[in-house]
Design a binder for this molecule. Sequence first.
Ligand SMILES: CC(C)(COP(=O)(O)OP(=O)(O)OC[C@H]1O[C@@H](n2cnc3c(N)ncnc32)[C@H](O)[C@@H]1OP(=O)(O)O)[C@@H](O)C(=O)NCCC(=O)NCCS
Length: 147
Amino acid sequence: MIIRPATLEDEPSIREMYLAFLNEVEAFGYDIPATPESVEKAWKSRFRPTIESKGPIFVADHEGAIEGFVAMTGLIPIKAINHGVYVRPAWRRQGVGYALMWAAKKWCRQLGVEKIFDMVSLTNEAGLKLMAKLGEEPVAFAYNLTA
Ligand SMILES: CC(C)(COP(=O)(O)OP(=O)(O)OC[C@H]1O[C@@H](n2cnc3c(N)ncnc32)[C@H](O)[C@@H]1OP(=O)(O)O)[C@@H](O)C(=O)NCCC(=O)NCCS
C-alpha cells in the first residue's frame, strides 16, 4: 500500500468512496444526502480543483486499487477544512487511515496550517480515536440549536 497524491485519473474511485463516506458518516449532525448530485457537486467544487492545484488530497493505492482517501479542501492561510478521510471496510484497522492522515498533516504543516476543521461527530469513535492517535487535540465544538 502506498500513500500518494491523488490525480484526476482517480476520479471514479474517489467518487465511489465519497458516496460510501456520505452513506456511512454522520458529520456534525448534518446529513449530507448520499446522492449522485452531492458527489457531483463535491467533485466539481472541491475535489477536482484541489487535485488540479496539487492540493492535499491523498489516496491509498494497493497495486492500482484505491482503498482509501483523505481530502482537505477549502484551504485559507492558516486553516484547512478536512472534508473527510475514508478507508474501505476491508482495509480498516491496518494503519491506512493513519497513513493517509499523516500525509495530509505533513502537507498542512509544510504550508503553515495550524488548524483543521474536521466534521467528525462525537458518536464517531473511529474518527475521534484516529485524530487522538495522531496526537491532535480538539479545540472546539459544534452545538445543535434545538431550543
Ligand atoms: C476512521 C477511518 C478512516 C479509520 O481508518 P483505519 O484505516 O481503520 O484507521 P487505522 O487502522 O489507521 O487506525 C488508526 C487508529 O484509529 C483508531 N481507530 C480506527 N478505527 C477504530 C475503531 N473502529 N474503533 C476505535 N478506534 C479506531 C485507533 O486508535 C487506531 O489505532 P490502533 O489500531 O493502534 O488502535 C475508517 O474507520 C473510516 O473510513 N470510517 C468511515 C469514515 C469516517 O468516519 N471518517 C472519519 C471522519 S472524517
